[in-house]
Design a binder for this molecule. Structure first.
Ligand SMILES: Nc1ncnc2c1ncn2[C@@H]1O[C@H](COP(=O)(O)OP(=O)(O)OP(=O)(O)O)[C@@H](O)[C@H]1O
Ligand SMILES: CC(C)(CO)[C@@H](O)C(=O)NCCC(=O)O
Length: 337
């Protein structure tokens, strides 16, 4: 009997398998097309996408953190892709309106930005807001963070959840879903609750006003998380049901830990100096004790949340930005399906 030739082992793409984590390493199929930094940069195509001096000026607050090269290589092509998606969604909406014989107003396109605490979600969201608004049709872009939908400290305390801030049970998810449903139903003026990192609490009475944006960027730990089901209950919508394009910011947890500690130490020598700051008490710690405290919070709260609740949502993202040292994006993975 002739022995069947052994099928050649598929060339493994370690990046793809890493991205889809839970799946077997020998799996050949990845739902993502993965681009190196150089390949991605080329997707700026021939669109005139260099930043002019006045635009750099506008972005200057962000450029303390981001280099111009990073913006041009990674975030400009991304803003081009998003702009194409927005235009396509608007066309689709208008086709549906024609079919229904209605003249509905435009519905905001919602972009979700997910990832760990301190991975750079809010920085990415702010740079995307600035870049998207400079496209020729100058869309109105608003930004909300799901931190505003955390339960207030008083409530977290009453439920014994002060060490679970950022975990699914620490959010008023129903309120967030109702808010997104209102945005998608085209309501004129909406208010989102506000969280302050300085006060480490929800700011009672403060609101972010959302007024008919063309694009709403929703940034937070939980934008790709499933609803929590009670056994036998009617299925609730997911936050992600309202999101048209989702981005997951990804990095090695060891690196994110260094970003978390660096930010903590920077805040300790700036904002936390103010006696009104929730973390003012850390100012009097020695340098080494402050680092130890930051590491303790990272390991016991934020890393746990990353592993248990945030990383498992990564394979649901439309696009994954993988960062290396210095927040430099090393690869971009875009969903094919
Ligand atoms: N692209 C970037 N280049 C350089 N530094 C960055 C970049 N993105 C974020 N950072 C820095 O990393 C730290 C974390 O970023 P940021 O506050 O945006 O994270 P986050 O994911 O929104 O965190 P949180 O969930 O705690 O609000 C900050 O100190 C920020 O200045
Ligand atoms: C508010 C969140 C949950 C997300 O931004 C985070 O910054 C946070 O406060 N986490 C709890 C542990 C900590 O203090 O870092």
């Amino acid at each position: 009997m002739t022995k069947m030739a052994e099928a050649p082992k598929a060339a493994r793409n370690p990046f793809c398998t890493e991205l889809i984590g839970a799946q077997a390493p020998e799996l050949q199929f990845s739902p993502y097309r993965v681009f190196t930094r150089e390949q991605w940069a080329r997707l700026r195509a021939d669109t005139p996408m260099t930043l002019e001096a006045d635009e750099l000026e506008e972005l200057s607050g962000l450029l303390d953190e981001l280099s111009v090269e990073e913006v041009e290589t990674i975030y400009l092509p991304l803003s081009r892709l998003l702009n194409l998606y927005v235009a396509a969604a608007q066309k689709l909406h208008s086709v549906t309106s024609t079919f229904l014989g209605r003249t509905d107003c435009r519905v905001p396109f919602i972009i979700g930005v997910a990832g760990s605490v301190a991975v750079g979600k809010s920085t990415t969201a702010r740079v995307l807001k600035a870049l998207l608004a400079r496209w020729p049709d100058h869309p109105k872009v608003d930004l909300v963070t799901t931190d505003g939908f955390l339960l207030p400290n008083r409530e977290l305390d009453a439920r014994g959840l002060m060490d679970r801030k950022g975990f699914p049970e620490s959010f008023d998810t129903a309120r967030l879903i109702n808010f997104l449903a209102d945005v998608k139903s085209g309501k004129g003026e909406l208010e989102a609750p506000v969280y302050s990192h300085f006060h480490y609490d929800i700011m009672a009475g403060q609101r972010t006003l959302i007024q008919r944006p063309d694009i709403l960027i929703v940034e937070g730990l939980n934008v790709l998380q499933p609803a929590t089901f009670e056994r036998g209950s009617v299925s609730e919508p997911f936050v992600s049901d309202f999101i048209d394009f989702s981005i997951f910011i990804d990095a090695d947890p060891e690196l994110i830990q260094t970003w978390y500690v660096e930010r903590f130490m920077r805040l300790r020598s700036t904002a936390f100096r103010d006696p009104a700051a929730f973390f003012h008490r850390y100012v009097t710690l020695t340098h080494d004790n402050a680092v130890a405290r930051a590491l303790d919070i990272w390991r016991n709260i934020n890393l746990k949340n990353l592993v248990e609740n945030i990383l498992p949502t990564r394979p649901r993202a439309r696009l994954i930005l993988r960062k290396g040292e210095d927040h430099r994006v090393s690869t971009v993975a875009l969903r094919k399906v």
